[in-house]
Write a protein that binds this ligand. Structure first.
Ligand code: F6P
Length: 328
């Protein structure tokens, strides 16, 4: 392993996701295992530019594997998007004798990391942490599995009211540009229809399908809508449209919001975070840089960070078909 890296910094940036703490713990403990110094950076790139650091050892990360959010806090930084901001961060890192950086976050976090790494030839390794699962180079981002379980739990509860009152519920889930949460949680929650940004179902088809299922004897229904849904209407407009164009249902809207990002990480996310943290540190020690760790075919693999950012995740067409058949 390369001897040049003696101190690694770790930060979380962008939207928090369950499993970030487990990943911080894994990074810190892998550093300790390899006798590398480790510092935690508070508030993402904001804290990086201000030198808001904390030395961390194996004991600093006790009791956090099961905690949601991020003990290092997170932020979205405008200043780090400027050359001056990144220069500030670079000087601070040099002063603190930090040799490499592990960034945990989504595509915004990785874009900043990539530019920084290219500008200053600074070793960077990314860990994908976002509930949206919208990063190429990993089948699962950290927090996706936990968020799915949270959403399914919420849909199950909403279904109790839907069936007790013969109601149609539109349930909005997160996914600004992608429908991975909606599609998976929709199938698992037994949704009648699932509206995602990748596919344009069309309002008429939606109403037709709801009428068909009403006729076939369904007395209540759940429609899961990704927040970035392609039909282009917000969920309250969707409700109004369905209200105006079909009888028989009492229609309600439930927007799940940020509760989807919170809570204790699932077993899957804890194991994934631990594997990713080990892989990230050991890859840096092997001299690798400008990459992201990810789960591909069951193994930890590296993907160039540029590919991870620029690529677009694809929706699983088989899942779409399964969802269609299930709503028969
Ligand atoms: O974490 C990703 C995400 O959940 C998106 O799906 C959503 O649009 C966004 O974060 C909202 O985050 P914030 O309220 O922090 O801007």
């Amino acid at each position: 392993m390369s001897k040049t890296i003696k101190k690694i910094a770790v930060l979380t940036s962008g939207g928090d996701s369950p499993g970030m703490n487990a990943a911080i713990r894994a990074v810190v403990r892998t550093c300790a295992y390899h006798n590398i110094e480790c510092i935690g950076v508070y508030r993402g790139y904001e804290g990086l530019m201000e030198g808001d650091f904390k030395e961390m050892n194996a004991r600093s990360v006790k009791g956090i594997i099961n905690k949601g959010g991020t003990i290092l806090k997170s932020a979205r930084s405008k200043e780090f998007r400027t050359k001056e901001g990144r220069e500030k961060a670079h000087n601070i890192l040099l002063e603190a004798k930090v040799d490499a950086l592990v960034t945990i976050g989504g595509d915004g976090t990785f874009t900043g990391a990539m530019i920084f790494s290219q500008e200053f030839n600074f070793p960077i390794m990314g860990i994908p942490g976002t509930i949206d699962n919208d990063i190429v180079g990993t089948t699962h981002t950290l927090g996706f599995d936990t968020a799915l379980n949270t959403v399914v739990d919420a849909i199950d509860k909403i279904r109790d009211t839907a069936s007790s009152h013969n109601r149609l519920f539109f349930v909005e889930v997160m996914g600004r540009d992608v429908g991975h949460i909606a599609l998976n949680a929709g199938i698992a929650g037994g949704a009648e229809e699932i509206l995602i940004p990748e596919e344009d179902l069309g309002l008429d088809r939606l109403v037709e399908s709801l009428k068909r299922s009403r006729k076939s004897g369904k007395s209540s229904s759940i429609v899961v809508v990704a927040e970035g849904d392609k039909i282009g209407k917000n969920i309250f407009e969707l409700k109004d449209y369905v209200d105006q164009n079909m009888d028989g249902y009492d229609v309600r809207v439930s927007v799940l919001g940020h509760m989807q990002r919170g809570g204790a990480p699932s077993c899957f996310d804890r194991v994934l975070a631990s594997r990713m943290g080990v892989k990230a540190v050991e890859s840096l020690l092997e001299g690798k840089t400008n990459s992201m760790v990810g789960l591909l075919n069951g193994k930890m693999e590296l993907t160039p960070i540029e590919k991870a950012i620029k690529g677009k995740t694809k929706i699983n067409l088989e899942l779409l078909r399964v969802s269609d058949i299930m709503s028969t």
